[in-house]
Design a protein around this ligand. Sequence first.
Ligand code: C2E
Ligand code: MG
Ligand code: MG
Length: 729
Amino acid sequence: MMTGKYDPILVTASLIIAVLASYTALEMAARVTASRSLAARLWLLGGSSAMGIGIWSMHFAGIFALPLPVAMGFDLGETFLSLLFAIAGSFVTLIVVSGPRLSRMRILWGALLMGAIVGGMHFMGLAAMGVTPPTQYSRPLLALSMLIGIVVSGAAFAITAKISRDSAHRHWLRAGAGVVMGLAIAGTHYTGMAAAQFPAGSVSRIVPGGITAGPLAFTTLGFAFLVLSAALSLALFDSRLESRTAILARSLALANEELQFLAMHDKHTKLPNRALLEDRLEQEMRNTRRDGQPFSVLYLDLDGFKQINDAYGHHDGDALLIEVAQRIRAAVRSRDTVARVAGDEFVLLIDTGVPSDAASCADKLISAIRQPVTVAGHLIRISASIGIAVYTGLESDGHDILKEAEAAMYHAKEMGRNGYCFFEKSMNEDARRYLELVQDLRFALERREFILHYQPACDVVDGRVTGAEALLRWRHPAHGLLSPDVFIPIAEKTGLIIPIGEWVLDEACRQISEWRNAGQPHWTISVNLSAVQFSHPGLRYSIEETLRRHSLEPRFLTLEITESTAMRDADASLRILQELRSMGVRISIDDFGTGYSSLLYLKRLPASELKIDRGFVRDLAYDQGDAAIITAIIALGQSLSLNIVAEGVETVGQRDFLMSLGCRSMQGYLMGRPMPSEMFTQPTLYGKEGLLAAPPAGSEAPGSAPAPTPSHENAPIVAPLSATEFASC
Ligand code: C2E
Ligand code: MG
Ligand code: MG
């Protein structure tokens, strides 16, 4: 028997080739699972080529590692055939073992195939040497060689089966499986070599014409290293690319989800928005028409939210809305829809068996919202008005249940807020008119529909007119002259109050300049500021510009803000008032007595004047309490050196009583109603020196028709909707 000694370098190189080939093949097989169609087929081809070349070159490197004392050669054709066999066999094996889930059965088949290929390749390689006499084999060693091939490659496939696609260590695990597989190939080969026995005097008959061992050893190893390294790099690069693409795709999907959510939800409360609500409403209506189960729409609007927002700022306003949204959500069932459709407006869709279900739900909501809430350190109490409309499925097509619920909500406001109302047909008309008015208000300024009326302010002791208060009127083309109580709340809600307020200021300053130039140099003008204007950052600039435009000294302009506006955010108000005062304009606290000012705060207010609310003056003769309040306000004003003006003086009795308390500045129908500018200076009303032409005589009985009043405002200002209807909006 011929024997030889293994070359350790070539053995190591053959082992490395086997491991490298196995790892490359496994990486490529993994790409087959990750890719689709053509790419998958190409990876399969690449993987089987890598594996085939690896097994083949391992075999030859292994043979060269055992130098036999005879010259060995190889048949070119058979050698090439053995390479094709290794590649084709690997192709079939990889088909069996690649795929999303590697079952035990497939592992078994893969291992059997692997054993057969490595073993087969071994015998084909030996056959290509054309050794004579024929090589003999030890059967037990041969069987062991096959067993090693099957069992160890089975282990490698089993490791592969455990590798998940998303695992961070998948490349390492696959490298481990590659090592095991490499051992399987090498084990099969070297045990197979041990099984082969070359009888003494064996020669390779191929030597003369075939390729000789020396060059083949280098060519094989170099070629195998090159191909395998390139293939492995490609597989790893693609795998990295795939991970990046997967990460990108995941973040894209997340961003997409977020965008979709935002398109359908309100970003503060995270509740569905109007778009999603309409979708759900459609669906509910379809369900009701199909199965006859009615549902209710609850339209909920917070009472006085705007004031809270103005007073505490948008940030706290938003926090309050989020709290309210949570309370609403908690008060209804999870399958009911709760949507936020506008600033402080929410809509609920709830399944209802009978209307009383909707009523008890509304009750629950009202009491949940009424509980005090602490927002940024302020204890706030807020209430809600709810309109309910029930959908039974019998209504005609195009029926707008949302509008009905909204109309019912306005009705609930009108009924005194903090309650609910079921929709009735007559409400639709009111709501329609309201929406029309909102629409018309947007164009009123450019259509020059606003005018100012002026109400005289008098010193009743000497009967002299001291100035005028500018009061805004809207000459509506269809509804006639509208009172500010009707449209100012809408203007505030829509933000139109800013341009409208600027127009009022400009027109009033223009008018007073004209009167002063025309011979009334002592008259002053009072302009009302709403809370929205008061806290608007452009206020100071707008006032300065207006005064400059009309060359009016600031002391002839009085800005009136209501006591409740001044009280809302005391510190912020104080800052704004000081700023205005430093400009030289006068500040008047309007409707005084209704806003619960603290005396301490009042002392710090840089005001020049307090106007006693006309509510106190009205019942002076009958209400002892009112008389006591007025007495206190006058005493207070005197001690703080403030001018006290009594508003709404209609009768001689009221005037005399106020005079007896030391109040001499008055405004009211008794002295003159608000009137257009051209009437204000008519000599029939006022004397040359601005005195009232017919000062009220002390002889007139209280309650009688007021003495000289311009007749044009005796006719009531046309208000198409009641004041409460709009005050509540
Ligand atoms: P206010 O500033 O307290 O104005 C006095 C209101 O009382 C005016 O109502 C006036 O017509 C009315 N009045 C005057 N004397 C008497 C009287 O003897 N008896 C009775 N019953 N009423 C009298 P008007 O013009 O309807 O204005 C209502 C409120 O609308 C004003 O209350 C003021 O707060 C607001 N307002 C008026 N013009 C403007 C404006 O240009 N801008 C802003 N932001 N608000 C305005
Ligand atoms: Mg006023
Ligand atoms: Mg007032």
